[in-house]
Design a protein around this ligand. Structure first.
Ligand SMILES: [Mg+2]
Length: 267
């Protein structure tokens, strides 16, 4: 991985969007710092489309798109798209029908019966398409147990995704990359080739794998704990929100240099 300060002027100026994970990327253990929040404004001023791409609930996304300087949110690991259209909330949740929810809750009941030590996450009521267990936010569940629960879920026909805080169980087929591409197509009309070349992604963990694989400009904050097969192209020195702000400064600086070559030449 190269340090984010090594991103070229051409690559930074070619970007039209920054997609970002929330937990342990923009947020520090769930908290939004002043530096990270300010960075969103600087990125927006630089002309970038900003989209949160998170495993967090669609109920959270509804608040974020109303309040933050962002263009939308892809939540529940790609299953739910959320934006404002003419100031009104626009939600796309194709996999949120009652029959699928009922089938999911049957799977969850079986998992809980086999793994009674698991605790649901405290944001589970704000979700439309998945069910989540707390494995690192307030409760800490070992990797062996997490792997066992994932195997149980998969044997029951469900998909699982693990972030630094949650274990997600879903019957939806989306992942963060497919959700982000659907969002960029729906809201901006970008085809997938344009989207993967013009949108950068910044994240920290295994549930970011699809985006690290899909997008050309990928950035890992210093606390990145993804599997070694993942290869984000850039990294930051700082962790979490400070790392996000560091990446934002580097991208905005390069874009400014591209617009004003005399800055790049040190004149
Ligand atoms: Mg994360």
């Amino acid at each position: 991985m190269k340090h984010i300060s090594e991103i070229s002027i051409d690559e930074a100026c070619g970007l039209r969007a920054l997609l970002f994970d929330l937990d342990d990327t923009l947020l520090d253990h769930g908290k939004l710092t002043e530096a990270a929040y300010s960075a969103l404004f600087r990125l927006k001023e630089s002309g970038l489309v900003l989209v949160a791409v998170t495993g967090r609930p669609s109920g959270w996304a509804e608040i974020l798109v109303r309040q933050w300087p962002i263009d939308g949110a892809v939540s529940e690991n790609g299953a739910v798209l959320c934006s404002l259209v003419d100031g009104r909330l626009d939600i796309v949740a194709d996999g949120a029908d009652a029959a699928r929810r009922s089938a999911l809750l049957e799977v969850v009941a079986t998992i809980r019966a086999r793994h009674p030590e698991l605790v649901p996450s405290d944001d589970v009521e704000a979700r439309r398409t998945d069910f989540t267990f707390d494995v690192g936010e307030h409760d800490h569940v070992g990797a062996t147990v997490v792997a066992r629960v994932c195997a149980t879920a998969r044997a029951l026909g469900a998909r699982t995704t693990v972030s630094s805080v949650h274990l997600h169980v879903t019957l939806d087929g989306s992942d963060k990359a497919s959700g982000a591409l659907r969002f960029l197509s729906r809201c901006f009309g970008w085809d997938p080739t344009e989207a993967v070349n013009r949108a950068a992604f910044i994240g920290d963990s295994d549930n970011d794998e699809a985006c690290f694989n899909a997008f050309r400009t990928t950035i890992a904050v210093a606390n990145f704990r993804g599997r070694p097969t993942l290869a984000p192209r850039f990294s930051t020195s700082e962790a979490m929100g400070a790392g996000f702000a560091e990446a934002a400064r580097a991208i905005v600086s390069r874009r400014n240099q591209g617009r004003n070559p005399s800055v790049a030449n040190g004149q």
